[in-house]
Design a protein around this ligand. Structure first.
Ligand code: PAF
Length: 282
């Protein structure tokens, strides 16, 4: 695996792949890699000849008072995991290379980015959309892979790629979970043992609500029960909502739906989501 920190070397290395007619995949990450990221890498290997993984803790997507300073950074361990997984290039831009003096552009995706995490974390999706657009411009991948765990992020990136006519295939990879169902996240390390034990209430509440909705209980009742279960487990609920899986607007008859949730336990904000079958009744 080549570890590359400057854009000229990155361009040269990727140029040798594309000159040989090889298909290039990009897996953008912020490091502190876990099995969820490695599932993205495995999927990338199925979709392309060469796999580039970027690690960049993007200051632009953290709000004031968020966890930028304490976000886990484990370059050596991450690098070993990626080399073992057969990754071709580890792209490690510095904050100065990514946002040099004079940098003045922001990519903002309206609509799909505005509710839920967009409302709870103002500016977050502008930061994500801007850095992902830059990573696309730097690596110029044929395909890029994102986890379904960050479902709103995935919807924002799909919208961005469509709107900007980027010739990049976006592949989503299902959420990887611990044995008890908690979605893997680099932020799970913030949970103390009691919080970690209680956190399982999040996937459980989503599972119960999904089954209830699919069996005909009203959405309002199912969501209220989920909120109550989370509060009883010690969560402070940010949102639990049933949405159209593409637009993240109100669900429409016959279309895929998604149940989204964000809730805080202790100092840690967790998000999760699950698919809900289309409502054929309207
Ligand atoms: O999902 C993440 O880890 C980040 O939001 C991403 C896509 C790498 C952009 O910084």
């Amino acid at each position: 695996m080549q570890t590359i920190r400057d854009i000229a070397s990155l361009r040269a290395a990727i140029g040798t792949f594309t000159a040989a007619g090889e298909r290039v995949a990009l897996v953008p990450t912020m490091g502190a890699l876990h099995d969820g990221h490695m599932a993205l890498v495995e999927a990338a290997r199925r979709h392309a000849d060469r796999v580039v993984v970027s690690i960049f803790v993007n200051p632009m997507q953290f709000g004031a008072g968020e966890d930028l300073a304490r976000y886990p950074r484990r370059e050596q361990a991450d690098s070993r995991m990626l080399a073992d997984a057969g990754v071709d290039i580890l792209w490690l831009p510095s904050p100065e290379a990514m946002y040099p003096p004079g940098f003045a552009s922001v990519i903002s995706v309206s609509g799909v980015s505005e509710r839920f995490d967009g409302a709870a974390r103002p500016g977050h999706f502008d930061g994500v959309a801007t850095v992902v657009t830059k990573l696309f411009g730097q690596v110029r991948p044929h395909v890029a892979l994102f986890g379904e765990k960050d479902f709103q992020q995935l919807a924002v990136i799909r919208r961005l790629v469509t709107d900007l006519d980027l010739a990049i295939e976006i592949v989503s990879v299902p959420t990887q979970r611990d044995d008890d169902g908690l979605a893997l996240s680099s932020r799970n390390i913030y949970l103390n043992p009691a919080e970690r034990a209680a956190a399982v209430a999040l996937p459980r509440a989503l599972g119960v609500a999904t089954r209830s909705i699919e069996s005909g209980i009203t959405v309002e009742e199912a969501l209220a029960t989920a909120r109550e279960a989370l509060a009883n487990a010690g969560f402070s609920v940010d949102y639990v909502a049933l949405v159209d899986a593409e637009t993240l607007g109100d669900p429409l008859p016959g279309r895929p739906r998604r149940l989204l949730a964000a809730a805080r336990i202790g100092q840690t904000r967790l998000i999760d989501n699950v698919a809900v079958a289309p409502d054929q009744q309207g």
